[in-house]
Design a protein around this ligand. Structure first.
Ligand SMILES: [Zn+2]
Length: 324
């Protein structure tokens, strides 16, 4: 038998989410309100908030103009890794209450340049639904005449079109518009105030990292699907199983598993990968990119190939707008 019977790992782990379990637990949850849906998110969120605190201190206290670009350079890479967790948060919100998630997204927005619900629309409801059709994909890698985009072309087109494309997807999912537009304008207003009060500090502490991370995210996603066959979900993604890469990116290297169950928490992806890895062809494994190495395919024996019927045994389960 190719696949185990549908195990718990293949459905979103609802046990980690708050449940309506009766009066006694309701009273105890009032005494000790649960903040995190998954305990694995505690350390990342603590680091995001600490980096925000450092940003604010530097913004308010540092006046030496030459120190500011040095600070930008020092925090760019950590902020780049936060982009991966911002992606995870928009698939599976890290906190239990909407107001807490909006506050966390404020923190994430000022690190990554991507505001509330932008990836929900552009990525979760757009890219995940369309990635097997690169001309329709919101992060599509194919030109209109069917050629593969260069890295620079893809980075510029995808990076510059994130917000217009998210807005376009919101026509189909208007329930996400109030948060998308409201939080977007709020971040823009805060950024404007920060610029008026201390312009150079606002540029180097917030604006340059935000813009760089937005386009950096596009650059980082170039290798996720570019040039891959699009015949089924098991051949269409590249996978990076390097442990340090996955530590820093929240297991985003298990990319086929992520596309099979986008609603699965990032901490559960290695387990799902183990269950489906025999369906993933050998040429879909890549080495990690900068700074852990170059992003070349890992030489492996030729793939034995997996039939469409085998792939159909475990089909992707896309998230709906109501779940997000
Ligand atoms: Zn995703």
């Amino acid at each position: 038998m190719l696949l185990p019977e549908e195990p718990d790992i293949l459905v979103p782990d609802r046990s980690a989410a708050p449940r309506d379990t009766g009066f006694v637990e309701m009273i105890s949850s009032l005494r000790r309100p649960r903040i995190f849906r998954y305990r694995e998110d505690r350390l990342p969120v603590l680091l995001f908030v600490l980096l925000t605190a450092l940003d604010i201190v530097v913004y308010l206290r540092v006046d030496h103009v030459w120190l500011l670009p040095l600070y930008t350079l020092a925090v760019l890479l950590p902020k780049g890794y936060i982009c991966a967790f911002n992606h995870h948060h928009q698939h599976v919100p890290m906190l239990t209450r909407p107001v807490l998630n909006r506050l966390l997204e404020l923190v994430l927005s000022f690190h990554t340049g991507v505001t509330s619900k932008t990836w929900v629309l552009h990525h979760c409801l757009g890219h995940h639904a369309h990635y097997l059709d690169p001309r329709r994909d919101e992060a599509g890698w194919m030109t209109r005449d069917g050629r593969v985009m260069s890295t620079a072309h893809f980075t510029l087109v995808v990076g510059a079109s994130v917000y217009p494309r998210a807005w376009a997807v919101s026509r189909k999912y208007p329930q996400h518009r109030p948060v998308f537009v409201g939080m977007g304008l709020f971040v823009l207003a805060l950024l404007g105030l920060a610029f008026v009060f201390r312009p150079w500090q606002a540029v180097f502490v917030f604006i340059v990292p935000m813009v760089t991370c937005l386009f950096g995210t596009a650059l980082a996603t170039y290798n996720h699907h570019t040039g891959r066959p699009t015949t089924n979900h098991y051949v269409a993604s590249t996978n990076i199983v390097h442990p340090v890469y996955n530590l820093l990116h929240g297991n985003l290297g298990y990319h086929t598993a992520h596309h099979i169950r986008p609603g699965l928490h990032w901490s559960r992806l290695p387990e799902l990968h183990e269950k489906i890895k025999h369906l993933i062809p050998d040429d879909a494994y890549f080495a990690p990119g900068f700074p852990l190495g170059n992003n070349q395919p890992i030489p492996r024996p030729a793939s034995q190939g997996v039939s469409q019927a085998q792939c159909d045994l475990l089909k992707p389960k896309h998230q709906t707008a109501e779940e997000l």
